[in-house]
Design a protein around this ligand. Structure first.
Ligand code: DLL
Length: 436
């Protein structure tokens, strides 16, 4: 039997957790005030001193940290330790603006290994498993993050990285990998490639997958599980906080347990910055309470979700966050209506005859916003029968109108014609930005 959890702290009482969190928060606040001029200035501007943090609720007195602050202090401006104590640098996968660089000490890397070990243990993995890591290795935190976790639980680790999908299938089959780690969109692509090469789930030894780095829906989970014959587990994280492992799914699949002995979560109103009551939906904010190299205070993730403090039936007491519904900066505003790509994906996954491979294009024509969704038909759909194609397009347009309250043009395309992603999928092209 594999262990039900990696560390007993995952089942600690709320009192025990709160006292640990407060002590760690106070230490961190003191340290950043002394060592990071950026924080000392921000604290001074607000007239708050480290000794003002007497309870966990006092967290709301502290200033927020934004992605722009990391850019402004690029590359080493937010370090709370001398550079020679930094043993690793990673960076965001961001495509616009300056890259966001984050630093780790040896101890930070150990914490990272610890939290990804919790994720793998939760997915049922232990020393006897063969963990196939197809997240990209390099500056992106996916590859090295899950690698570190697999090493921590002493599993056999295969650092495949992403790309060359046929070879991925071959390795899965030949090396008898039992746990697959990659983005959910890449898991789907690997599953399709296996199916197209005639490899069935029973020819693989896979039992579980640890998928994250992008939003995905429960329906997409079901498809991946069927294609690969596994149980799929979600994993969430962001490079600024540590990378993958900030929160992890359990076999109940009812929210992701935040490793809150290391990362203190809050939900705030993204417009006013006010802390919202338990259960309310808002922007997730994290304070790092154990990191040495670059502990961030009240970091604005832009991810929208809710928190649930009810103990979970898996036995863990760590607070659960709902799957992020989207990001405040992913949200499209179409003719004044807020639209999240995940809402569109939900409709597509509810419809028979198509696949969840899609691309959303937004434009502005004659001062009116337009939105068009191209979606691939399933391999067995009779794409050459025009009547069927038109009917399916109309069915989807009606369903999308109902969910989004705006009209959407749907364009059905042939099976396997849209580009696949080997990392995070890019699903939205907003042409409006080009005209601005
Ligand atoms: O994506 C770290 C990671 C790697 C997580 C591998 C899980 C697995 P960044 O590149 O900094 O870090 O992107 C962070 O990705 O703020 C979310 O918007 C999104 N994200 C990450 N995991 C999930 C998830 C990594 N499970 C940003 N569900 C975050 C939904 C996710 N969105």
């Amino acid at each position: 039997m594999s262990k039900p959890y990696w560390n007993p702290i995952e089942t600690a009482s709320r009192e025990e957790l709160r006292s640990l969190q407060l002590q760690r928060l106070q230490n961190t606040v003191r340290r950043v005030y002394e060592k990071v001029p950026f924080y000392r200035e921000k604290f001074d501007q607000l007239g708050v001193k480290p000794e003002d943090i007497r309870t966990l609720a006092d967290l709301s007195k502290l200033p927020f940290t934004y992605k722009q602050d990391l850019r402004d202090n690029y590359p080493y401006g937010l370090l709370a330790v001398p550079l020679e104590e930094v043993t690793r640098v990673q960076a965001t996968s961001g495509t616009t603006g300056r890259q966001t660089v984050v630093c780790y000490t040896d101890n930070d890397l150990n914490i990272w290994g610890e939290v990804t070990a919790r994720a793998l243990t939760s997915a049922g993995a232990d020393q006897r498993d063969i963990v196939h890591v197809s997240y990209g290795y390099g500056l992106f935190t996916g590859g090295l993050g899950l690698h570190q976790g697999a090493q921590t639980i002493r599993a056999t680790t295969i650092p495949v990285s992403s790309g060359n999908t046929k070879r991925q299938v071959q390795i899965l089959k030949d090396l008898r990998s039992t746990v697959l780690c990659c983005t959910p969109s890449y898991a789907l692509y690997i599953g399709e490639t296996a199916r197209d090469s005639g490899v069935t789930p029973d020819q693989l030894a896979l039992k579980a997958g640890v998928f994250g780095a992008e939003p995905w829906t429960p329906k997409m989970r079901a498809q991946i599980e069927e294609l690969l014959g596994i149980e799929a587990f979600d994993i969430y994280g962001l490079c600024e906080i540590i990378g993958p492992g900030v929160s992890v799914d359990c076999h109940c699949h009812d929210g992701l347990h935040i490793n809150e002995d290391h990362f203190l979560p809050e939900i705030i109103d993204p417009d006013t910055g006010e802390v919202l009551p338990e259960g309310a939906e808002g922007e997730l904010v994290f304070t790092c309470i154990t990191k040495e190299a670059m502990p961030l205070i009240r970091y604005r993730t832009r991810d929208i979700c809710t928190l649930n403090y009810e103990p979970c039936s898996c036995g863990r007491t760590l607070v659960r966050m709902s799957k992020p519904r989207g990001r405040t900066d992913d949200m499209m505003i179409i003719r004044g209506v807020n639209v999240f790509p995940s809402q569109i994906e939900g409709v597509l996954l509810d419809t028979k005859g198509i696949t969840p491979n899609y691309m959303i294009e937004v434009d502005r024509i004659n001062n009116t916003d337009t939105i068009e969704v191209s979606v691939e038909v399933a391999p067995d759909f009779e794409f050459d029968v025009i009547r069927l194609v038109e009917e399916k397009q109309r069915e989807l347009e009606r369903a999308l109108q109902q969910v989004l309250n705006i009209s959407v043009k749907v364009n059905l395309v042939g099976a396997r014609t849209l580009q696949r992603s080997e990392g995070k999928a890019k699903r939205v092209i907003d042409h409006r930005q080009l005209h601005e």
